[in-house]
Design a protein around this ligand. Structure first.
Ligand SMILES: [Zn+2]
Ligand SMILES: [Zn+2]
Length: 240
């Protein structure tokens, strides 16, 4: 079942409940009200607060891979170059187009950046079909596919775009991250536009209800992106 089928089902289920307890007008929550609820969590935020060293490869479409869940500190050698680096990319290589790709668990960021890992093992870090902007140039598309650290998802991956360009990946987030970064309202507005364009309009209250569940051990996962042109933030939601 696709993500939007699931969301639609979830939304319908919520509607069914509200028949028994009619709510004629449900106002959207203020950011303060949301933070009040979310801050009671043991781990309200997920994005790691690790600065990215300037002497490491700089990825245009993933500004700080150390903040994501796909890169960890490790002493295991890179499976491509055999060297031990402080950081290891553990999200693997996906095999698309029915091409056999070995299961790769550890890659250094250098072998991703210079394209050696994909040259050696085949596959892609992100498949072309997951890049939302189908008009992106071949150069940009291939940079994301073959030379940019990606991330793991339950359902199909979605690499968002804005201002006619693929966005840069920020990382997996909880609702707490969005509130702490002061971008909750912006993300919610962008998300409501996305649902509208996908002919699945959701009210702002519906989106609040969905995002308030985006916490530790929940069945909703959020991946945050930022437009490289206008710097607006966008969220991709994934359901277990
Ligand atoms: Zn390497
Ligand atoms: Zn933009």
């Amino acid at each position: 079942m696709g993500l939007f089928d699931k969301l639609f089902k979830k939304k319908n289920t919520q509607k069914a409940v509200s028949v028994a307890q009619p709510q004629i007008f449900k106002p959207k929550k203020t950011v303060e009200e949301l933070w009040c609820e979310v801050s009671k969590q043991q781990n309200p935020c997920l994005l790691k607060d690790i600065p990215y060293p300037s002497n490491y490869p700089q990825f245009k479409f993933n500004l700080n891979p150390l903040r994501t869940q796909a890169v960890i500190e490790s002493s295991i050698p890179c499976e491509c170059c055999g060297k031990i680096d402080k950081y290891s990319y553990i999200a693997g290589i996906d095999h698309y187009a029915k091409k056999e790709v070995p299961e790769i668990k550890n890659l250094c960021l250098y072998c991703i950046y210079n394209g050696e890992a994909i040259k050696k093992f085949g596959g892609a870090f992100t498949d072309k079909s997951f890049i939302a902007n189908k008009t992106a140039s071949k150069e940009v598309t291939e940079e994301i596919m073959y030379r940019t650290p990606s991330f793991t998802t339950w359902q199909e991956k979605e690499w968002l775009s804005h201002c006619k360009m693929p966005c840069t990946y920020i990382g997996q987030v909880y609702i707490g991250d969005l509130l702490k970064m002061g971008i909750y309202k912006q993300v919610r507005t962008e998300l409501s536009k996305t649902f509208y364009y996908r002919q699945m309009p959701m009210t702002i209250s519906d989106i609040d209800d969905m995002l308030i569940d985006m916490v530790e051990d929940s069945s909703i996962e959020g991946h945050l992106f930022m437009c490289i042109i206008c710097k607006k933030y966008k969220l991709s939601v994934d359901l277990d």
